[in-house]
Design a protein around this ligand. Sequence first.
Ligand SMILES: NC(=O)c1ccc[n+]([C@@H]2O[C@H](COP(=O)([O-])OP(=O)(O)OC[C@H]3O[C@@H](n4cnc5c(N)ncnc54)[C@H](OP(=O)(O)O)[C@@H]3O)[C@@H](O)[C@H]2O)c1
Length: 338
Amino acid sequence: MNYRMLRDVKVSAIGMGCMGFSHGYGAIPPEEESIRLIHKAYDLGCTLFDTAEAYGPYTNEELVGKAVKPFRDKIILTTKFVPVFQPGQEISEGKLSKKGVANALNDSLKRLQTDYVDIYYEHRVPLDSNVEEVAQWMGDFIKEGKIRAWGQSQSTAEQIKKAHAVTPLTAIQSEYSMMERMFEKDVIPLCKELNIGFVAFSPMASGFLSGKYNTKTQYNGDDVRRVITRFTPENVEKNQPLLDLLNQVADKKGITPAQISLAWMLHKYPHIVPIPGMRKDERVVENLGAADVVLTDEEFNNIEKELAQIKIYGNRTDEDIHKLGSVKAMDYKGEIIS
Ligand SMILES: NC(=O)c1ccc[n+]([C@@H]2O[C@H](COP(=O)([O-])OP(=O)(O)OC[C@H]3O[C@@H](n4cnc5c(N)ncnc54)[C@H](OP(=O)(O)O)[C@@H]3O)[C@@H](O)[C@H]2O)c1
């Protein structure tokens, strides 16, 4: 495993996104299986584990807290608060108030069985919110020792600059993959300039870039692939040239398309750390193994040149995901998880 810096926080070059163990990708594994896979990632050198109060909600933090307890002080544990109330959080000041966030943080700490969060993210940063004020609260939580650092998710360059001027940001966690490159034009270069890490979520474009899904694949329960447009059968077909490119490069190098897609972003930016989701032994090995893949400049430049010619169809938006409503995850037997 190679390691990278998110500002002054050292993490494995590839982290583990833990959301899918409770939320967002349909049938979830039994708890002991999820814990085993998290331990497997740690044994392979992974030291960055990501969760959020919204995953479940709450159940993913409980699971991750339990799983990482034996090695809590050896890893970087990241979680997030959302700016809107989750069940049971109503307080008169509103969620996006110092009291609202402080309560959410205290509850996250309890669920995670820890007394500090390494990086605490604002999960979404409303355009009409006062980012400086939130940055001030984060600075206070850092002084209190409840969090070691903070970050934002899916924020704009403007929001990052304003917040960073008040309390320096350690990481921005936003969507980035070969299929979603919107942050290349401003946020990713800005993070480099300000020495802020960029944590890439959905780095495998929800699995598409592994090449293991096709127009016949069925998605159930709360699986976002039922509603995000990247996975409509028409778009899966139209995006085939991207998989052809990945397959061709991967075959030549004797590795997998998933590994190429992760190695590409690691080569491209020194401050990027992808956090794929993965719930099978072979995928944990495959994805974390991409940290050791070295692309030559020639290989990388060829990929870039080819990518520039390929049009991407569909995407993954919060608006589409909300169409799932309150659909719950299911366990492996198809039982709804309450
Ligand atoms: N900040 C935010 O707003 C936000 C939003 C979304 C996600 N996240 C975080 O980012 C993490 C990663 O996001 P994501 O789960 O969407 O990432 P992703 O890795 O792009 O997609 C995960 C999906 O791809 C599949 N997959 C991954 N590697 C694979 C491989 N080698 N072969 C075949 N299939 C593979 C997974 O399969 P299986 O799991 O079924 O094995 C899962 O269905 C989340 O866990 C969460 O922590 C943050």
